[in-house]
Design a protein around this ligand. Structure first.
Ligand code: NAP
Length: 248
């Protein structure tokens, strides 16, 4: 039997990049998946139809993960459509890079809202359901930048360090209710987010990576799916780096 047969999952920012790979990998492992996207178009349709081709149930749930009202509504939609919530993957994220002295307050606020506040809101909504069920697995997508910092990313580094702290605090708080909370910290991964990097930045980044290449979205998705399943049932509050050895 596939590892996640009969489980239901909500993946934030599941319409493309790492989130889409996570949706497909969870579905391949047997899960039914609610694919969140921020709207107003429905870019999650393609992922939904690919999941259905695997014989799993899927729905697209529209919502801005930094809005408490949207998070409450989309979580309820996912539970109503799929009949429960066993897995939450907090994947949605944005970057608004700039040097500290030039960074606008708005760029600080929007990254902290989409990358960190969202984890609080979505985890809070999911935890209420998982605590009642006395089981569940939450995986937060952090970043190695939250561990080592990065020039030009003070907002993103702060948000991702916060994601790691939220992961550990929630793991301690929810463990007695059978809910595990872990994080995956990717290094440089080939996605639309990193496609914007110049050749010079890309080459400099590769020099810092012992495996000398960027990872694929699938590398991150594999770690997430493993953490969601029973093979990781004694693991909580942990951060797995998927970074080609960049941070060790
Ligand atoms: P991506 O290709 O830019 O995808 C981000 C996803 O988040 C998109 O589906 C996007 O939807 C969605 N999203 C953005 N704002 C949202 C909001 N307010 N509410 C709901 N969804 C929202 O990024 P990615 O590279 O796959 O990154 C996924 C996660 O991995 C992020 O948390 C990122 O910080 C982390 N990460 C990535 C890398 C990397 O190298 N790529 C490295 C470390 C960590 P739309 O497309 O419709 O806007």
């Amino acid at each position: 039997m596939p590892e996640l047969e009969g489980r239901t999952a909500l993946v934030t920012g599941g319409s493309r990049g790492i989130g889409a790979a996570i949706c497909m990998t969870l579905a391949s492992a047997g899960a039914d998946v609610a694919v969140n996207y921020p709207g107003p178009d429905v870019p999650a349709d393609e992922v939904v139809s690919e999941i259905e081709k695997l014989g799993r149930r899927a729905i697209a749930v529209c919502g801005d993960v930094s809005s408490a009202g949207d998070v409450e509504r989309m979580t309820a939609e996912a539970v109503d459509a799929l009949g429960g919530l066993d897995i939450l993957v907090n994947n949605a994220g944005i970057t608004r890079d700039g040097l500290l002295v030039r960074m606008s307050e708005q760029d600080w606020d929007s990254v902290l809202a989409v990358d960190l506040k969202s984890v609080f809101l979505c985890t809070q909504a999911a935890a209420k359901i998982m605590m009642k069920a006395r089981s569940g697995s939450i995986v937060n997508i952090a970043s190695v930048i939250g561990q080592i910092g990065n020039a030009g990313q003070v907002n993103y580094a702060a948000a991702k360090a916060g994601v790691i702290a939220v992961t550990k605090s929630c793991a301690k708080e929810l463990a007695s209710r059978g809910v595990r909370v872990n994080a995956v910290a990717p290094g440089f991964i080939e996605t639309p987010m990193t496609a914007a990097l110049s050749d010079k930045v890309r080459e400099a980044a590769q020099e810092q990576i012992p495996l000398r290449r960027f990872g694929e979205a699938q590398d991150v998705a594999n770690a997430v799916a493993w953490l969601c399943g029973d093979q990781a049932s004694y693991i909580t509050g942990h951060v797995i780096n998927v970074d080609g050895g960049m941070v060790m």
